[in-house]
Design a binder for this molecule. Structure first.
Ligand SMILES: Cc1cc2nc3c(=O)[nH]c(=O)nc-3n(C[C@H](O)[C@H](O)[C@H](O)COP(=O)(O)OP(=O)(O)OC[C@H]3O[C@@H](n4cnc5c(N)ncnc54)[C@H](O)[C@@H]3O)c2cc1C
Ligand code: SF4
Length: 658
């Protein structure tokens, strides 16, 4: 691993090569600037087959399964570590994985370090702490390796939540921020190569009073036509129009997506529902696409397996970034170095970026870390907290075909109700009960071993008191084999429905990333995470989501199978990770993978880390990109906004460099 230092030195050093870092690198490289990326993870493999093989041989198929470091079978299995997950303290670039959520209190398994909930805390207490639901990758190209590809923009009112609805905070400039970002949103769809049905988007934006003109006007075309809708989408589209949420009529909109709907510079989507964790044919966009473009400019270089460990300051200017290198994941460090440039960009996502800022606390005069005079670094950690609902359609809709989601119900993303409860978008899943119950595996083992984990093979009733045994002519806990097994499975899988509500979350300064005293194999602190869902604003949206799901399944003539979570246990051996009680009901939330808010933009240095140019208030030659800059979550999946903001930041940096 070596770099060639250009004669005038580097113009910009970027930490992280995910979509955000790669976009900045590509824009700067195209403009002739000399850029160095410091990437903590390994390079993109010669063939993605390498990642696929790891995925195929994993027992548990999670978003992280294909990617290094290996998360299963790395150490011998034991009773309290049945999948043989490695101790994060033995890894050079550990990261949180979905598998660690249930083991969140076990510090030998979970990379995030959590305090135990207060003993005896009530299950409906706003002070109940949870496992954070979302994960990320530490490999070249970053977390979009296993993103779904949903590419929506925020709405104008998302930027003025406080002034419009009295909730959370505004983005700097309020709704003007949206209009300033529009040209970049448009460019972001081009970077990702978004496939979308323009007319459907025009209709959708009309309902939110967004003027479809200028950047989104008649001359605007998405790079690719929309992906074909699924049978699932068609069924919902036919049936939900009889329903309203808070007086807002429901309708289905095809989702803009970062995957090829026709052959282009990448292959056309083949529709086999494997987008999370990996698209085998790269029909789906991921950050490695833009990283390759950046490197091809000839002006961008990258150091792999180089973990940024400290930011140096000279006065109030960043003067260098220290890094530690390694060769193998569990091997010793192979060296250290410092890179310097005129400008610096942090793009290590919303857990590792604040961690790096907080770790950099040895600069004279900056004891709380770099860029942290406000004390806001690491605070306001957010996600889209998801409510999942699932059911069986009356007739086959042929689940497990197409990308994981091709449409959604967007009507409840904004409205007057937002002064009382959080907005949400409803994602329509095409992947049956894969997320909800880990199907096709769980139904298969239920009918082979005579179990009832899916509620299809026993005497369960759903929350509307309907009997759930799939075939009433079969005895409860049937053990099937041969043709009867195949027939039962075929009849079930093709009818599985799943809805996911992406509920917005408000910034809470006590939801935060701090430094743990526990370290990784390089001796760097692991993230200490505190996470609660305190606001009734957010909890009320769970109540609404549950009611709406039942109405939707009824309208479809489907039977609902959403399970009531087990009672919350807040002490003892098994501490419930993501369940709470509210208004006499019990809810489990799921992480959306949208890690937001830990180094936010704002209008004043006292309560934000960055100005609206994504430039540190404290250090004018330091920029940050990624969803950590978002002051609030809105309801759109974040990456189109991340991309738009990265494009805007690149323009700002180019302007500064002159
Ligand atoms: C399962 C899942 C599904 C998702 N689906 C969607 C979706 O459909 N739509 C959507 O909009 N979003 C989705 N997301 C979110 C999306 O993946 C992220 O928003 C996006 O990838 C973030 O990009 P980033 O460049 O900011 O960070 P990342 O892609 O995480 O990149 C950060 C980079 O920094 C590197 N790094 C970290 N620490 C260091 C260090 N100390 N030194 C050097 N390098 C470092 C990492 O190795 C990585 O390459 C999903 C996420 C998940 C988990
Ligand atoms: S459906 Fe298959 S081919 Fe299409 S994007 Fe997803 S994984 Fe790739």
């Amino acid at each position: 691993m070596s770099i060639v230092t250009p004669s005038g030195g580097f113009d910009v050093v970027i930490v992280g090569s995910g979509i955000a870092g790669s976009i900045v690198a590509y824009q700067l490289g195209k403009a002739g600037k000399q850029v160095l990326i410091v990437e903590g993870g390994p390079p993109v493999p010669k063939s993605r087959e390498e990642y696929l093989q790891t995925f195929f041989t994993s027992n548990a198929k999670t978003p992280e399964s294909p990617y290094p470091p290996t998360i299963q079978g790395a150490v011998p299995a034991t009773d309290d570590n049945p999948l043989g997950q490695p101790n994060p303290s033995s890894l050079n670039t550990p990261r949180y994985t979905v598998l660690q959520i249930n083991a969140w209190q076990n510090r030998n398994i979970s990379y995030f370090v959590y305090d135990a909930p207060q003993a005896g805390i009530a299950p409906d207490s706003p002070e109940l702490t949870f496992a954070f639901g979302s994960s990320y990758e530490r490999v070249a190209g970053g977390t979009t390796w296993h993103w779904l590809g949903t590419s929506l923009n925020n709405l104008p009112n998302d930027f003025q939540l406080k002034s419009r609805y009295g909730q959370g905070v505004d983005w700097p400039g309020g709704s003007q921020f949206f209009y300033r970002l529009l040209p970049y949103y448009r460019k972001a769809t081009e970077v990702i190569g978004v496939s979308a049905d323009k007319q459907a988007m025009v209709e959708l934006y009309k309902t939110f009073n967004v003027e479809f003109s200028g950047e989104y006007g008649d001359n605007y075309g998405f790079p690719m036509p929309g992906i074909v809708e699924s049978m699932n989408d068609v069924l919902y589209a036919q049936k939900v129009t009889t329903l309203k949420v808070d007086d807002i009529p429901l309708f289905v909109t095809p989702t803009p997506q970062g995957r090829n709907s026709r052959p282009g510079n990448r292959r056309q989507c083949a529709g086999n529902t494997n987008c999370i964790p990996i698209c085998p044919i790269q029909a789906k966009y991921d950050g490695s696409v833009t990283l390759a473009q950046a490197l091809q400019t000839g002006n961008v270089q990258i150091l792999y397996k180089a973990v940024a460990s400290n930011i140096r300051l000279n006065g109030n200017q960043v003067s260098g970034i220290d890094y530690i290198t390694y060769d193998s994941q569990t091997g010793p460090s192979t060296g250290t170095g410092t890179v310097t440039a005129k400008r610096y960009v942090l793009a290590a996502h919303a857990i590792e970026t604040p961690k790096l800022l907080l770790m950099s606390k040895n600069n004279p005069g900056w004891p709380n870390g770099v860029a942290n005079s406000s004390g806001q670094v690491g605070r306001n950690l957010m996600d889209h907290v998801m409510y999942l609902a699932w059911g069986l359609a009356k007739d086959p809709i042929y689940a497990f075909r197409g990308p994981l989601s091709t449409a959604g119900i967007e009507a409840a993303r904004d409205g007057a109700f937002r002064s009382q409860r959080a907005a949400y978008r409803i994602e329509i899943g095409n992947e049956g009960w894969n997320w909800a119950t880990n199907d096709p595996n769980t139904t298969l083992s239920d009918f082979i071993f005579g179990q009832n984990n899916t509620q299809l093979n026993g005497d369960s009733l759903n929350q509307q008191s309907q009997p759930l045994r799939f075939d009433p002519t079969l005895p409860a806990f049937s053990k099937l084999f041969g043709t009867r097994l195949v027939n039962a499975l075929n009849a079930i899988y093709v009818r599985q429905l799943r809805l996911g509500y992406l509920i917005e979350q408000l910034p809470d300064p006590d939801n935060r990333v701090q430094l743990s005293s526990l370290t990784d194999n390089l001796g760097l602190p692991r993230p200490a995470v505190t996470y609660r869902i305190r606001d009734d604003y957010v909890r009320n949206a769970f109540v609404s989501a549950k009611q709406v799901s039942t109405q939707i399944f009824n309208a479809l003539g489907a039977k609902e199978y959403t399970q009531l979570p087990a009672a919350v246990q807040s002490s003892g051996d098994t501490v419930t990770p993501t369940t709470f009680e509210y208004k006499g009901d019990r809810f489990t939330f799921y992480g959306a993978g949208h890690i937001i808010g830990t180094y936010r933009m704002g209008t004043a240095p006292r309560d934000s880390v960055l100005n609206r140019r994504q430039q540190s208030w404290d250090h004018s030659n330091l920029y940050m990109v990624g969803s950590g800059v978002f002051p609030s979550t809105a309801t759109a999946n974040p990456t189109l906004t991340i991309a738009a903001l990265a494009l805007q930041a690149a323009d700002n940096i180019l302007h500064d460099l002159g």
